[in-house]
Design a protein around this ligand. Structure first.
Ligand code: C2E
Ligand code: MG
Ligand code: MG
Length: 296
């Protein structure tokens, strides 16, 4: 187990033992694990991603793409801002590859702050263009970011600094936010709401939502998760879920938007369920702000 013929000190074997112990603990403790090089590879990859993300935050290697949101008639009503990481070696990295880890390491805080400010700047920019001035902008907010003690002040500052209209900013929250500190969450939402900021509940139906909380939250919109939209035409269960979400939303006085709409057939079926708004490749992929100007 020692060094594979290499001359090494005591540090390396101890580190490997430590990693094996960590795995044993992660597996529920009271277990035995041998070190294997794969463990090292996973840990090294994480450390590299963390270091890369840290640099990326400092050097602002991020940019936003915008995906159209349309109403029942297919008219552009706004967009969702989706972050991308322009990695100096790897090129464009999709958020699924770095958001979860940024949440774990806490780097989501400076990253989320950058997104918020960049989005507000874009909103203010649209306000100066007559054809874009009515557009709303949805911004994803991670649970950890929302739980910051000064989150409300940060949002208000971003709005004020950019001059963006709060009525056109829509924060996308996920159901994981509704698990703890619910009173604090409601208080923060109400304060922002009083300033005009809107709220959408993202990936709705995939998490754990207490229906009794749902009616307490000053939400504007439920967003049907794309996993239900994907098989809408082939899986009767998904159609039932979509129908139920629309009915639930409407009975709570909320608008309902479907995400991941890729075909006309999906749009038509959702329209038949009285879904209010749509987002997905059928209408447009996430694009640079300038390209959204060409939306038809
Ligand atoms: P999300 O907020 O649910 O965003 C929707 C995701 O679905 C986006 O992936 C979008 O590109 C993709 N999508 C849109 N239309 C379609 C479609 O018709 N078909 C399919 N198959 N996919 C579609 P993306 O951009 O990779 O983002 C993934 C997730 O990363 C987001 O899910 C969100 O949870 C997170 N994320 C993205 N940007 C941010 C951000 O600025 N802050 C935070 N906290 N999270 C972000
Ligand atoms: Mg979203
Ligand atoms: Mg979503």
């Amino acid at each position: 187990m020692f060094g594979g013929g290499l001359a090494e000190g005591t540090d390396e074997p101890l580190k490997r033992a430590d990693l094996a112990m960590y795995q044993a603990k992660a597996a529920g403790r009271n277990a035995m694990r041998f070190f294997d090089p794969q463990m090292q590879a996973v840990v090294s990859a994480r450390a590299a991603l963390d270091a890369g993300l840290r640099d990326a935050v400092q050097q602002e290697q991020f940019f936003l793409l915008y995906q159209a949101q349309v109403d029942r008639l297919g008219r552009l009503t706004g967009a969702e801002a989706l972050v991308r990481w322009q990695h100096p070696q790897r090129g464009q990295v999709p958020p699924a590859e770095f958001i979860p880890q940024a949440e774990e390491s806490g780097l989501i805080l400076p990253l989320g702050q950058w997104v918020l400010e960049a989005a507000c700047t874009q909103l203010a920019e649209w306000a100066r263009q007559p054809t874009m001035a009515h557009l709303s902008l949805a911004v994803n907010v991670s649970t950890r970011q929302f739980h910051q003690a000064d989150f409300v002040a940060r949002v208000l500052a971003a709005l004020q600094l950019s001059g963006a209209n709060p009525e056109l900013l829509k924060l996308e929250l996920t159901e994981s936010l509704l698990v703890t500190h619910i009173d604090d969450v409601i208080a923060k939402m109400c304060t922002l709401k009083a300033h005009g900021v809107g709220f959408s509940l993202d990936d709705f139906g995939t998490g754990y939502s207490s229906l009794s909380y749902l009616k307490l939250l000053p939400l504007d919109q439920l967003k049907i998760d794309q996993t239900f939209v994907r098989d809408l035409l082939t899986d009767p269960n998904d159609a039932v879920i979509a129908r139920t979400i629309v009915a639930l939303g409407h009975s709570l006085g909320l608008k309902v938007i479907a995400e991941g709409v890729e075909t006309a057939a999906q749009r038509d079926l959702l329209a038949g369920l009285a879904c209010d708004a749509y987002q997905g490749y059928y209408f447009g992929r996430p694009v640079a702000a300038a390209e959204l100007l060409n939306f038809k």
